[in-house]
Design a protein around this ligand. Structure first.
Ligand code: CA
Length: 230
């Protein structure tokens, strides 16, 4: 999962990033509205956390522009006041949820997860993704097969999560780079290949019959032996 935080209070923005990354959620931060809109328009995010009072362009204009461009990424607005007008204004412009500052971190996390589930069209169940004989625990970041399990690093986890959400459909290397390293990153195909090879080692350690298949010139997909026997 990849989240964009648009918040000009640097300490708060950085604290949210730290909190989310501890939960294996890749997080980008924009410190003003213009940069935030620019990032949001890349359409690579699963959730956007958007402050109302921002330099450059306020949160209401940012959400308005995001929706005008046809981008449906779930947006949670951060409102400083509990003023009803701010909430209504945000929701009217297409926000999906709002949180009043100050908030407790558990609540922020719960809401981001709920919005993230919505953005992957309900494919992600509460705490677990599965494909073939593999189960991916989205809370502990462990992948398991039968009785064996192994913990994944952030990039490994993100790659496997995307492959599992795509249910055996191909994902291009470009898509993986954009979603995991970011659209302005200089990551190359071989960065992806390195992490895919780590993942393959872990899947073989688990004795899994599910494999990450390379499709030449296309990308990767998950394939389970069980499925082939059908
Ligand atoms: Ca602010």
């Amino acid at each position: 999962m990849r989240v964009l935080v648009v918040e000009d209070e640097k300490r708060l923005a950085d604290a949210i990033k730290l909190l989310l990354e501890k939960e294996k959620i890749i997080t980008d931060v924009s410190y003003n509205g213009i940069d935030g809109l620019d990032n949001a328009l890349s359409a690579i995010y699963d959730v956007i956390i958007l402050d109302v009072m921002l330099p450059g362009m306020d949160g209401f204009s940012v959400i308005e522009n995001i929706r005008k461009e046809g981008i449906e990424t779930p947006v949670m607005m951060l409102t400083a006041k509990s003023a009803v007008t701010d909430k209504v204004k945000g929701l009217d412009r297409g926000a999906d949820d709002y949180l009043t500052k100050p908030f407790v971190t558990e609540e922020l996390l719960a809401r981001v997860r709920a919005l993230g589930r919505r953005s992957t069209a309900g494919i992600v169940s509460s705490d677990e993704l599965s494909f073939g004989d593999l189960k991916l625990d989205t809370a502990s970041f462990e992948v398991s097969c039968g009785q064996k399990s192994v913990k994944l690093g952030l990039k490994e986890y993100s790659i496997l999560e995307m492959l599992m959400i795509n249910k055996g459909n191909a994902i291009s290397k470009d898509m993986l780079i954009t979603k995991i390293w970011g659209y302005d990153s200089d990551a190359q195909d071989n960065n992806v290949e390195v992490y895919v090879s780590f993942l393959r080692k872990k899947l073989s350690f688990l004795g899994s019959k599910t494999a990450i298949k390379t499709l030449r010139g296309i990308g990767y997909k998950l394939e389970s032996e069980e499925e082939n026997n059908d």
